[in-house]
Design a protein around this ligand. Structure first.
Ligand SMILES: O=P(O)(O)OC[C@H]1O[C@H](OP(=O)(O)OP(=O)(O)O)[C@H](O)[C@@H]1O
Ligand SMILES: Nc1ncnc2[nH]cnc12
Length: 171
């Protein structure tokens, strides 16, 4: 994991004063580190009941789609508002530095889907909790959530106590 930690860059006061932004661009620029992170994200779920991978725009798309590709499972994008062309279900939520909305197509999931939610980072858990609510509103079941980075001091994990939570790096 030292190899991955060294690829996370701290940017102080972005996007607001007081926030230390964890920049994953050095990690995704390094093919070996990216491959390692994708394999570590999916490792606990190999041979499990998972039938679909969901990821949140935008950084969740990077890791989520690679995990879906590697596991041979469907990838379902949870998008920022106004981007999806068909009928949508929406959720609004707060995150570490603002508030936001996510949307998914009403037919995004199959009724018996068991979903693994993937994102780059767990901070307050607002994004992940809202994503789980969105998936459940659409009739699927969230089994677990997996993150490259978890900011332990923001206790986001507590908001996800109904799910298995897997994080590669803790700060
Ligand atoms: O646990 P939380 O406090 O909700 O914060 C975590 C979320 O914040 C970031 O996304 P952001 O909304 O900045 O969008 P981006 O991926 O488009 O940069 C990150 O990728 C997570 O999705
Ligand atoms: N500190 C942080 N760094 C990167 N992404 C984030 N999303 C929420 N908080 C964040």
């Amino acid at each position: 994991m030292d190899r991955l930690i060294s690829k996370i860059r701290d940017i102080p006061d972005f996007p607001k004063p007081g926030i230390i932004f964890k920049d994953i661009t050095p990690l995704v620029k390094d093919p070996a580190a990216l491959k390692l992170s994708v394999h570590q994200l999916m490792q606990p779920f190999l041979g499990s009941e998972i039938t679909a991978i969901a990821g949140m725009e935008a950084r969740g798309f990077i890791f989520g789609s690679l995990v879906a590709w590697e596991m041979g499972l469907p990838f379902i994008p949870l998008r920022k508002p106004g981007k999806l062309p068909y009928d949508v279900q929406s959720v609004s939520y707060d995150l570490e530095y603002g508030s936001a909305v996510l949307e998914a197509h009403i037919d995004a999931f199959e009724p018996d889907d068991k979903v693994l939610l993937i994102d780059d980072l767990l901070a307050t858990g607002g994004t992940a909790k809202a994503s789980c609510e969105l998936i459940e509103k659409l009739g699927a079941k969230v089994v677990a959530c997996a993150f490259v980075v978890e900011l332990d001091f923001l206790n986001g994990r507590e908001r996800l106590d109904a799910y298995q939570v897997h994080s590669l790096l803790h700060f």
